[in-house]
Design a protein around this ligand. Structure first.
Ligand SMILES: C[S@@+](CC[C@H](N)C(=O)[O-])C[C@H]1O[C@@H](n2cnc3c(N)ncnc32)[C@H](O)[C@@H]1O
Length: 240
């Protein structure tokens, strides 16, 4: 299971403006007049869940990692549930679901993405809205590629090294984290894969699960799509 070590550092190095992301999601939910319970699938450390709670959405977070969930529970009194995004069900139906920051790219096969979308559709009420993003194959091939990135703050140093495998359509991400401990640094290591999925594949899967695509845009909902799009931001809706 990944994130066993990264959970401690995730918020410090994730580099995403959750204030912007939560206001974008809130405005989309507002546009569809969504109220009621919202499911945050693969909620991680709950940064988005917490902000959507603050914006008065009634949130439930689901994640597979005990450590990420532990961090999430420290920040916010939303309900957090341990579960696999490819195999979950709830007794209740949700008004909306979100799944952000390329969590979908962590799934290692088309079958598992199909299962994820089917479970999500089953968990939604009729007319329920599903908002999620995926990293593009372009980002995996050209941006993450075989590149190395370094991030540093006052007491930690992160080396993020990638290995792209075009034949397998995936990039392996190796993270070495050095945390200051007195005069020395303590090193820990984590690795996981991100897999390529195209918007066309995702649209087919959504349609097969009774979810109609409302829009696909670039970045976090603001950009047109072109061959350099790094992130697809997808809004879908369950048929009434
Ligand atoms: C990149 S983080 C995104 C976290 C959060 N959505 C955010 O926006 O910060 C990916 C998350 O997906 C979770 N994850 C990966 N595979 C999963 C699975 N099969 N079921 C549930 N969660 C999973 C990881 O534990 C991790 O918390």
């Amino acid at each position: 299971m990944s994130y066993e070590r990264l959970y401690k550092y995730y918020d410090r190095f994730v580099g995403v403006c959750y204030d912007d992301l939560s206001s974008l999601i809130s405005s989309v939910l507002g546009a569809f007049d969504i109220s009621g319970r919202v499911l945050d699938i693969a909620c991680g450390t709950g940064e988005l869940t917490k902000r959507l709670c603050d914006l008065k959405f009634d949130m439930v977070g689901l994640d597979l990692s005990d450590k990420m969930l532990m961090k999430a529970r420290e920040k916010c009194c939303a309900e957090f549930v341990k579960g696999d995004m490819t195999d979950f069900s709830f007794d209740e139906k949700f008004s909306a679901a979100v799944c952000t920051l390329d969590a979908v790219n962590h799934l290692d096969s088309v079958d598992s993405v199909e299962s994820f979308i089917r479970c999500t559709s089953d968990a939604l009420k009729s007319g329920g809205v599903f908002i999620f993003d995926i990293n593009s194959p372009y980002k995996h091939k050209e941006i993450l590629a075989d590149n190395t990135f370094v991030y540093e703050d006052d007491d930690a140093y992160l080396v993020w090294k990638n290995e792209y495998d075009g034949d397998k359509g995936r990039v392996e991400i190796f993270l070495d984290i050095f945390e200051r401990s007195g005069e020395l640094y303590e090193r820990s290591h984590e690795s996981f894969f991100e897999y390529d999925y195209t918007p066309e594949q995702i649209i087919d899967m959504l349609n097969e699960s009774g979810l109609e695509v409302i829009s696909i845009s670039g970045g976090f909902g603001m950009e047109d799509i072109d061959e350099h799009t790094e992130r697809y931001f997808i809004i879908a809706r369950k048929a009434e």
